[in-house]
Design a protein around this ligand. Structure first.
Ligand code: FES
Length: 104
């Protein structure tokens, strides 16, 4: 069982990255809902962020890849702009348990 963190450890409209034995994932909170994705851009298969925990665009509306600017919907991971339109981030299955985000 892998506990990422407490839901309350992620601010609304922000994200946090996590290193899990070689693979990195990130969690985003939007409208009090949490979404977790593999930190790998479908364009080149590399991490999305340049700065720690910086996964969102300036308006905190989309997930943004810092490499070439691809934008992804927070709720679905679908790329809606940039070089990988039509592809999507890989969602990571999780559930909430005692206020914590637990990977399945
Ligand atoms: S690596 Fe993400 S947009 Fe190019």
């Amino acid at each position: 069982m892998t506990v990422l963190c407490a839901v309350n450890d992620i601010e609304e409209d922000s994200a946090r990255g996590f290193d899990l034995d070689g693979r990195t994932v990130f969690a985003v909170k939007k409208d009090a809902q949490v979404f977790v994705y593999l930190n790998s851009c479908p364009h080149l298969g590399i991490p999305l962020e340049f700065q720690p925990d910086e996964f969102l665009d300036m308006d905190n509306h989309f997930i943004q890849c810092a490499n070439h600017g691809a934008l992804f919907e927070v709720e679905t991971g679908d790329c809606v702009a940039g070089p990988c339109v039509g592809q999507a981030l890989q969602a990571i299955a999780f559930h909430l348990e005692d206020g914590n985000i637990v990977l399945d």
